[in-house]
Design a protein around this ligand. Structure first.
Ligand SMILES: C[S@@+](CC[C@H](N)C(=O)[O-])C[C@H]1O[C@@H](n2cnc3c(N)ncnc32)[C@H](O)[C@@H]1O
Length: 251
């Protein structure tokens, strides 16, 4: 029997950090076949960002580093930052245990500060399933802009805040859709306007399938999957479940 998602009340960045520290130990895919979903996300990432072997990649909110481990062969160097020390500990222990990916480093840092990352030092920034958990989104984008080199690329994969499920259906039926009360599902329009203020150009909005199956009863999984499928034919802004946001830093 699936446990019903109940939004946890969260009043400070410290509460958010504690939540992720607590979930780090058995952090795993909760929304379906882990390998299939992971391969799908990697495909979306590779289609959106053509990596060069000379590039430095920063993963913001890297968790246990799963995407960086898979991307390590395609880049010169990878840096994963996360404010959960437990997540970083696990990422480091995976790296040590498997002697995997010597070109990666994992650091404790806050996305809204990026204190460990020098100005204009990375070519690519990736943020998968993390931006929605960061309340200071403007500062996060500002910091990403600061650390990117000129012409550097940003890719965000996040739930689509315009998706009918998040905007109308779940609120109408009073179904909890957020793990934390501070979670925020953003829209393409919001990201576009904020990114322009933060100094990004070449903005490309795309969509991906992100259906949080682990968070909803099966009846709704079928409805939501159907909507996302329809979104591949029309009205993707409202019917696709996930948002793929790509932008370039142009000074
Ligand atoms: C759902 S997990 C996703 C992890 C990873 N990107 C993945 O896809 O496996 C979200 C991650 O974002 C991190 N995070 C949330 N807010 C953050 C912040 N303000 N600064 C740094 N990391 C943050 C959390 O600690 C957590 O590891």
């Amino acid at each position: 029997m699936k446990k019903k998602l109940q939004t946890l009340s969260c009043n400070s960045p410290e509460d958010i950090r504690k939540f992720f520290d607590a979930s780090a130990q058995d952090y795993k895919e909760q929304h379906g076949d882990a390998q299939r979903l992971f391969n799908y996300r990697l495909k979306v990432i590779h289609e959106s960002l053509q990596f060069q072997k000379t590039e430095v990649l920063l993963d913001v909110g890297c968790g246990t580093g799963q995407h960086l481990f898979a991307l390590a062969p395609y880049i010169k160097r990878g840096i994963g930052i996360d404010f959960s020390s437990k997540m970083i500990e696990i990422a480091r222990s995976i790296q040590k245990r498997e002697m995997a990916a010597v070109n990666l480093t994992f650091q404790i840092d806050q996305a809204q500060l990026l204190q460990t990352i020098p100005k204009e030092s990375v070519e690519v920034v990736l943020c998968v399933g993390s931006f929605e958990h960061m309340p200071q989104k403007e500062q996060v984008l500002h910091q990403i802009q600061r650390v990117l080199k000129n012409s550097g690329r940003l890719l965000l994969l996040t739930p689509n805040g315009n998706f009918l499920w998040y905007r109308f259906i779940a609120p109408f039926f009073r179904i909890d859709i957020r793990h934390l009360s501070s979670d925020e599902f953003i829209t393409a329009e919001w990201l576009e306007s904020l990114s322009q203020v933060s100094g990004f150009a070449g903005i490309k909005i795309g969509f991906w399938t992100f259906i949080p199956k682990g968070d909803m009863p099966w009846f709704w999984v079928i409805i939501v999957t159907g909507l996302d499928w329809l979104g591949k034919i029309f009205l993707p802004r409202y019917l696709r479940s996930g948002l793929v946001f790509r932008a370039d830093k142009i000074i």
